[in-house]
Structure formats: structure tokens, C-alpha cells
Write a protein that binds this ligand. Sequence first.
Ligand code: SAM
Length: 220
Amino acid sequence: PPQEAFSRSARYHDSFLIAPDDALMFAQKNTTANGLPEIAVSPAEGKLLHLVACSIGAKRILEIGTLGGYSSIWFGRAVGEGGEVVTCELNAKHVQVARENIVKAGLGNVVKVVEGSAIESLAKMESGDAPFDLVFIDADKENNLPYFLEAKRLTRKGAVIIVDNTVREGQVADLSNTAAPHVGTRKLLAHLKEDTEVSATTISTIGERMWDGFTYILKF
Ligand code: SAM
């Protein structure tokens, strides 16, 4: 079916399952108005992330790649009283817009935006006695494997690690396409095959924009 059919289907399902939300709509509009790219997760994906967080009772969530804070807000709504979301973002303008959107959502005390290269920010974090319950990896795909390794280091047993955009219209599986983001995701998949401390699966999704997917990883 044409893309329009997928868009119509998404709108139809969302109309039953995802209540209009002023803060999330503000975040989408403010992100676009500030000229940031339209690459946030869709409402349905945002809600899935929220539901996963609720399902595992996540109180501490790490996100790599904030953009305008759209997915951060979904996570912030999941962690509840005393919970925390730490989200890493390189681009200063994105950080500024995300902070605006997060404060507007009433989550200024829940979602902490860490500005800088995520690799450097993560290296400074200690798993200590407050490990994360859930990690969402959604930044520069070249670094998917290093991000996963840091996510593993910083999480508790039973944590969930979700890596976005691991399908990309099948291009990740097309080895003749050597674009750096795809190579980065292939390195992650090759690692996951051998890593006996996790179990993972990739789910394809058809959203309003394109055929893509995410990889869902459980840490034993
Ligand atoms: N998770 C967001 C959402 O769904 O609302 C979307 C994140 S967007 C797809 C990816 C973000 O990662 C961009 O804002 C980009 O600036 C950021 N990014 C890219 N490279 C990065 C790096 N090395 N460190 C931290 N953030 C990075």
C-alpha cells in the first residue's frame, strides 16, 4: 500500500489509543518552529517507550539523543514520583529547545538534559548504586555499539535497552550500502550475536514516514 495508507492507519489507531496531550503537541510544534529536523519518534512509538518503561517499573531511564525532548517527555511521564530521566544531546540548540519543552511539560525536575558528546558524557557516569532500568539509544548510529556497551555497564540486571532505527528500509541488511550509520548498526548486531549476557530481537515498523524498526535488548 502507498505511504498514505500507513499514515491513515497510524492516525486511526492513535485516535483511539493516544489522548491529545498539550505538552507533547507543544514539544512537536516548538521543535519544528525552531528549525530542528522532524526525526523524533512517532506518537505510537513514544507511547510504546512509555508503556515499556511502565511495564518494567522503570524509575531511572537513560536516553542517548534528545532532539527536542519529545521521547524524553514520554519517559518523564513514566518514571513517576522520585524517578529520573537523563538524556544526552550534543547540539546546543537542541538542548535549549528540549529544556523549554520539558519545562513546559512540568518535568523540569524529572528530566535532566546533559549537553555534550554522548560518548564523553557516558564515560563520566558511574553505574554505582543507581543503575538505569531502561536505555533508549537514538543518536549517531555510527556509535551504536559503544553506546550499547555503555548502556550495559550502566544498567541493572533485567534492564531493557532499545536501539532505534536499526532497519532503515532494509538498508542495514544491504551490505553493498556502506553508509557509516548502517555499518555502525551492523557492528552492534554482530556483537549481540556473541553476547551471552543479553537477548535481543529486531522489530520492523511502518510509520508515517518510512519502513524502519528497532532492536529490543534484555540484559540478563
Ligand atoms: N529521541 C529523540 C526523540 O525521539 O524525540 C530524537 C533524537 S534524534 C533522532 C538524534 C539526536 O542525537 C539529535 O538531536 C542529534 O543532535 C543527537 N546526536 C547526534 N550525535 C550525537 C552525539 N555524538 N552525542 C549526543 N547526541 C548526539
